[in-house]
Design a protein around this ligand. Structure first.
Ligand code: FPP
Length: 254
């Protein structure tokens, strides 16, 4: 008998606007089944599809998926090639679904550093979906937070050098806007799968006040109900932004 869905427990009025996910555990999921790591990534794509549809239909406005980190280039060459091929194939195959669901594809990261076919495929899919409004699906590819901070710093330094910006004008807003994530609000919720409790060079600046949710499930096992569970857990928490609990309660009652 199928167990009851957690969906009715979600308060639609208090959804996080932006959910970010560190999709982890594809390799271990495959190993447990004596399958090649690449098969784990293929099943990982299924979870990408399920969670994207779940997030969009709930009303989440931004979903960021850590797809390929700057450090992932250090993996065996065969695996890197397989992930890139999977990325190209998935985007080509799923662009119609994105259109149907009114989802806009975006990226963060140094996508110019990707193989040409992957780069072109991404550009084309972004162009095709650019007017969609239900949700932004943001793939972090060739991304790391430190890379982003470095490129933002360089951009700001250039503006100072050219006289467009004074040193004294550098503030949180200027830095946030110069980051590749500058087009999006900061994530209120970051999910990491596979029982690891690290941030792994992801959204270091943006997660200053964000909530973390960890689950032991490997990414290929993470389904719609797992996503609902993370949202419900988030909704039970109190976000204080450095204030006292009383201040937050007063604010709610104001
Ligand atoms: C993490 O598992 C997975 C990745 C680094 C790759 C994720 C890529 C995909 C799911 C395919 C990309 C497709 C789209 C469209 C987003 P791991 O290999 O780090 O697992 P392990 O820690 O168990 O080894």
């Amino acid at each position: 008998m199928a167990s009851k869905s957690l969906l009715p427990e979600i308060n639609i009025e208090r959804l996080p606007k932006h959910v970010a996910i560190i999709m982890d555990g594809n390799g271990r999921w495959a190993k447990k089944r004596a399958l090649p790591r690449v098969v784990g990534h293929e099943y990982g794509v299924k979870s990408v599809r399920t969670v994207t549809e779940a997030a969009a239909s709930l009303g989440v406005k931004y979903l960021t998926l850590y797809t390929f980190s700057t450090e992932n280039w250090n993996r065996p060459k065969l695996e890197v090639t397989a992930i890139m091929t999977l990325l190209v194939r998935t985007i080509r195959k799923e662009v119609a679904t994105l259109q149907k669901n009114n989802i806009r594809l975006r990226t963060i990261g140094d996508i110019k550093g990707l193989p040409t076919d992957a780069y072109n495929e991404l550009l084309e899919a972004m162009k095709l979906t650019e007017n969609n409004t239900q949700m932004d699906l943001i793939l972090a590819i060739n991304y790391s937070a430190r890379w982003d901070i470095i490129q933002a710093t360089k951009a700001i330094a250039q503006r100072v050098k050219s006289g467009e910006l004074e040193v004294e004008q550098i503030n949180e807003t200027e830095i946030s806007n110069a980051l590749d994530t500058g087009h999006f609000p900061e994530p209120e919720l970051l999910i990491r799968t596979s029982g690891e409790y690290r941030i792994s060079n992801f959204m270091l600046w943006e997660m200053a006040y964000g909530e973390f949710y960890f689950t032991d499930a490997y990414w290929p096992e993470f389904d719609k109900e797992s996503f609902y569970k993370a949202i419900i857990d988030y909704q039970k928490r109190e976000r204080r932004f450095g204030k006292t609990s009383e201040q937050i309660t007063d604010h709610h009652n104001a």
